[in-house]
Design a protein around this ligand. Structure first.
Ligand code: 13P
Ligand code: SF4
Length: 344
């Protein structure tokens, strides 16, 4: 792997060469990013592209990343499940995970010999914060012989104490794959209640919540519908049940994006994080997006500037203790064997 000398990132100029090299990206993002902002983004995009080649690095970006990252520098994009699958199969030496910490940790668990970087270590998740490995052990004692299905939005410690992981796109499929009457499903109480509504398997949940999706209300959704009668409402299963009851479709972030591409609705509202609508709008210019939006402060810690710094300094490296990594990996790999669900 070739490594270049570090560059100062404070003074990247918007030159004619940078403008020409980044023009195709700007064309794609017209209507999503104000053109006056482009001179601020383009030099970073240009430099990041060069460094990716020098480091043999690949950038994986979650659907909640801002459009200049998602469409500007990402090599692979998607929901939590697709990012995990891509991390498992990439041939790059370095993975830069533009998302939150549990996603980078999952990438490291699946690719332990690769360097996995996250541009800002503070990019956490309220669901991952809601539960520890010790909590899982206590639940196992309370419900002996009950398998533990764990949402990937958790730490490696929690995954290591689990039988199998799931994401929002395959949760029902994973629960049913176990062939049991009852499972422990952690840690999102709203995803757990959504899964319970889709299966006969008894679900024992936990009290974790996504701080972004729990804020949406059913009345808010009804208000959008009153204003736009032909509105198609797509919602993420981390929303409260009364919000999901108002939706036309419930699915993972990629599930929602695919719905728009496949159905081309005239008006759509995605009940999820703000950047989703921007990213999907860039690829579906015919659809008008009503933009209810709550920001994920953790996702928004990732910026072009921090991605560039990460590639220059090769920080922040994700490390997972070997014994935990091996056990967590078996839970993630069991999920990958079950495959992608209908919601993704
Ligand atoms: P997805 O797996 O649907 O991308 O969800 C990840 C997430 O953090 C949603 O808040
Ligand atoms: Fe976690 Fe919610 Fe942010 Fe997703 S949107 S990373 S679940 S806090």
């Amino acid at each position: 792997m070739r490594q270049e000398a570090s560059t100062s990132i404070e003074d990247l100029p918007y030159t004619a060469a940078v403008a020409a090299a980044t023009q195709p990206i700007l064309d794609r993002l017209r209507g999503v990013i104000p053109e006056v902002e482009w001179p601020l983004h383009a030099p970073y995009i240009h430099r990041i592209e060069q460094l990716k080649r020098d480091r043999n690095a690949v950038i994986l970006a979650h659907n909640y990343q801002t459009p200049e990252i998602f469409h500007g520098v990402a090599d692979l994009r998607g929901d939590s499940l697709s990012l995990a699958m891509e991390a498992a199969r990439t041939e790059a030496d370095v993975i830069v995970l533009c998302g939150v910490h549990f996603m980078a940790e999952t990438a490291k668990i699946l690719s332990p010999d690769k360097t996995v970087l996250i541009p800002d270590l503070r990019a956490g998740c309220s669901l991952a914060e809601s539960i520890t490995g010790e909590d899982v052990l206590a639940l196992r004692e309370r419900y002996p012989d009950t398998p533990v299905v764990t949402y990937v939005n958790t730490s490696a410690d929690v995954k290591a104490e689990s039988d199998i992981c799931c994401t929002s796109s395959n949760a029902v499929q994973v629960v049913e794959s176990l062939g049991r009457d009852r499972v422990i499903f952690l840690p999102d109480e709203y995803l757990a209640s959504y899964v319970a509504s889709q299966t006969d398997v008894e679900i024992i949940g936990w009290q974790g919540r996504c701080e972004v999706h729990e804020r949406f209300t059913a009345e808010e959704v009804r208000g959008y519908r009153r204003a736009i009668p032909d509105l198609v409402v797509l919602a993420h299963p981390e929303c409260p049940p009364e919000v999901l009851a108002e939706a036309d479709y419930v699915g993972s972030t990629s599930g929602m994006a695919n719905y728009v591409t496949e159905h081309s609705p005239e008006h759509v509202a995605m009940i999820t994080e703000c950047s989703m609508s921007d990213n999907v709008a860039a690829e579906n210019p015919e659809t008008e997006f009503i933009r209810p939006c709550n920001l994920c402060p953790h996702m928004k810690r990732i910026t072009l500037k921090r991605i560039l710094r990460s590639l220059e300094t090769m920080e922040h490296r994700i490390e997972v203790e070997r014994e935990i990594s091996i056990r967590a990996r078996s839970a993630v790999e069991r999920m990958l064997e079950v495959g992608r669900g209908s919601g993704g």
